[in-house]
Design a protein around this ligand. Structure first.
Ligand SMILES: [Fe+2]
Ligand SMILES: [Fe+2]
Length: 187
């Protein structure tokens, strides 16, 4: 069966949740005083910036939310305004996480608190955000969009990915699966 535009969004959420689950276990390790490789944490920042934000949130904000707005969904309030706000908060926490990693790389005990704070914030934000999209946004979009509109939107998503580089998209999906495998954190 052909995947709809909302199916694509939901499938991408699975990869984001895999990486978030790894973050939860790494935060736990940091809290227990185990050493966590800063390069692993830096690669998570890259995943969140490229795959979750530029590719995924980009498609949501530029195409899906805009299309829904044209169908009469207000861009302020619930759900679109709330989701856009969470994208912004997520970007801010990813920035803090990136800074905290460098602090932790220089000073394990002194940098632990800020690192844990940013990891906990992101681990709380993403699953909650994705839940709203899977259970509120997608059903609403499925109700509002016709089959041909879903198809048009899916083609737009594919064009957007080609522009960013399809290989880039696949590379970060492989990263999520490999990271999950390495750290033994199946979702
Ligand atoms: Fe989102
Ligand atoms: Fe999403």
């Amino acid at each position: 069966m052909t995947r709809t535009a909302t199916d694509i969004m939901e499938a991408e959420h699975v990869f984001i949740l895999k990486v978030v689950a790894v973050m939860v276990s790494l935060e736990d390790r940091v809290g227990k005083g185990f050493d966590v490789d800063p390069d692993t944490l830096r690669s998570i920042v890259e995943f969140l910036r490229i795959y979750a934000d530029r590719c995924h949130h980009g498609k949501e904000e530029v195409y899906l939310f805009t299309f829904l707005q044209k169908k009469g969904v207000p861009l302020t309030g619930c759900p679109l305004g709330a989701l856009l706000h969470e994208h912004k908060i997520g970007r801010e926490w990813v920035g803090k996480f990136a800074e905290a990693i460098e602090g932790y790389a220089k000073d394990r005990s002194g940098g632990r608190g800020a690192l844990q704070e940013s990891m906990k914030a992101l681990a709380a934000l993403y699953p909650n955000h994705i839940w709203k999209e899977d259970y509120l946004l997608s059903p609403m979009a499925n109700k509002l969009l016709s089959g041909s509109e879903q198809e048009g939107l899916r083609n737009t998503f594919e064009d957007a990915e080609r522009e960013l580089g399809s290989e880039l998209h696949r590379k970060w999906e492989r990263f999520a699966v490999e990271l999950e495998g390495k750290t033994g954190n199946p979702v």
